[in-house]
Design a protein around this ligand. Structure first.
Ligand code: PMP
Length: 432
């Protein structure tokens, strides 16, 4: 396979200065990562000069692809006026107004610098508001790198425990034992088991975290009945229901939460709302968000961040979200629908045991004949992930298509049916 010599040379230098040669494991590839030179629209060019279609969009963060001209122009103007102040700025107020108008459950918002921080702030706000310490999260779901949010991302099935009571396995070695004790794990979309697990610790739970379309759990949308059952449980037990929409905010104009009959108390955001720059946010009920309010005599949750709501991110994010209006969302989701139908046709023609899941502008392929419904079904064994790696390498090196390493695609508004055709034709060659 045509590998890249410039990248290899660069990686040899990188190994000597970056831990493992990379700054984020996401970009690691065997035998070495590929390095980007430039990107524009839905195309990315590496340092060998090879151009590829970008279906990864920086792990779902780029809703308008790369270097979206309205964002570039607005950011250049802001760069000349400063990049970060020890003062608040007008643009953060305007952007907050925009987001609050977009989503029913948002009454107040706080900006952070990453999705990890947003989830952390959301968990801490839930604890401060309820005066309870424990949280519940779905088995296998990813919510960033806060200790508590990391529990149960184990890649080792021998650690899973019984499905009636999935284990609270910490991710990083050396995680304090107390962390796992305060995190309950529930099986996604399984009402009976989830409520039984929550009941055992009723009275001690600050929040139940739900990603409405959890990527690692299989990119399967949450059922309305499940969400409602959790919501009702939290009302009965003095807990909050909180959504992690760091990825899923792209699914609809008002996020994935828009389609449910109940709304979360708090929501964490990130990725697309930064317009290509680092970002996070937590938004939700005004009474809960009061825990951040420095006017309060006894401030329940002191919270700051040197670069939080910096004017570059705010400018880029506001512009990107303005352009991601209802018409743009509808058009993008229709393009994803088209892609999924074409992929299903390719699967049928190639006669391979592959299925597709997803929502809105995101979809994921699975090497199994029927779509997974649980984390345990979506989990890729070593053998399966080796095949996925081969397919991804084929798509990358032979078809010049960049996808996310779970065999997923996140579309951007600058894509057209032409790029979808290239994806599906490439997949057909990969499968046969
Ligand atoms: N929550 C979810 C659902 C995510 O997918 C991610 C990142 N992929 C995060 C939180 C963390 O976001 P960040 O990488 O910006 O810290």
């Amino acid at each position: 396979m045509a590998k890249s010599s410039n990248s290899e040379k660069l990686y040899r230098k990188a190994e000597k200065v970056l831990a493992g040669g990379v700054s984020r494991n996401t970009v690691f590839r065997q035998p070495y990562p590929n390095y980007a030179n430039s990107a524009s629209g839905c195309y990315i060019t590496d340092i060998e000069g090879i151009e590829r279609i970008d279906f990864a969009n920086n792990m779902a963060a780029l809703i308008h692809g790369h270097s979206f001209p309205p964002v570039v122009d607005a950011v250049i103007e802001q760069l000349r006026k400063g990049t970060a102040y020890t003062l608040a700025s007008e643009i953060e107020v305007a952007f907050a107004q925009h987001l609050i108008k977009r989503v029913k459950s948002f009454e107040r918002i706080r900006f952070t610098n990453s999705g990890t921080e947003a989830v952390m702030a959301m968990i801490k706000a839930s604890r401060a508001f309820t005066e309870k310490a424990k949280i519940a999260k779905a088995e296998g779901s990813y919510h960033g790198t806060y200790d508590f949010a990391e529990v149960s991302q184990t890649a080792n099935p021998s650690n899973w425990g019984k499905i009636d009571r999935p284990s609270s396995v910490p991710l990083a070695h050396g995680t304090p034992v107390g962390v796992s004790k305060d995190v309950l794990i529930y099986p996604y979309n399984d009402i009976e088991r989830t409520l039984a697990i929550l009941d055992r610790q009723a009275g001690q739970i600050a929040c139940v975290i739900i990603d409405p379309v959890p990527h690692r759990v299989g990119l399967v949308p949450g059922n309305d009945d499940f969400i409602r059952a959790v919501y009702d449980w939290t009302r009965r037990n003095g807990a909050l229901m909180v959504f992690d929409e760091v990825v899923t905010f792209r699914v609809n104009y008002g996020g994935a939460q828009q389609k449910y009959t109940v709304q979360p108390d708090l929501t964490s955001l990130g990725k697309i709302i930064g317009g290509g720059f680092p970002v996070g946010a937590v938004a939700g009920r005004a009474d809960v968000m009061k825990v951040f309010d420095p006017h309060e005599k006894s401030l329940l949750l002191p919270y700051s961040g040197t670069f939080s709501a910096n004017p570059i991110t705010m400018t880029a994010g506001y512009k990107a979200m303005e352009y991601f209006d209802k018409t743009a969302v509808k058009k993008l989701n229709a393009l994803a629908q088209k892609a999924v139908s074409q992929i299903r046709e390719v699967i049928r023609l190639a006669d391979v045991p592959v299925s597709v899941t997803g929502a809105g502008s995101m979809f994921r392929m699975h090497l199994r004949p029927t779509p997974p419904t649980t984390y345990r079904e979506a989990y890729q064994s070593k053998e399966v992930s080796d095949v996925v790696k081969e397919l991804l390498d084929f798509m990358y090196y032979k078809e010049n298509v960049l996808m996310i390493n779970t065999f997923s695609c996140m579309l951007s508004t600058v894509m057209t049916p032409k790029e979808i055709d290239r994806l599906t034709e490439g997949l057909h060659r990969a499968f046969v």
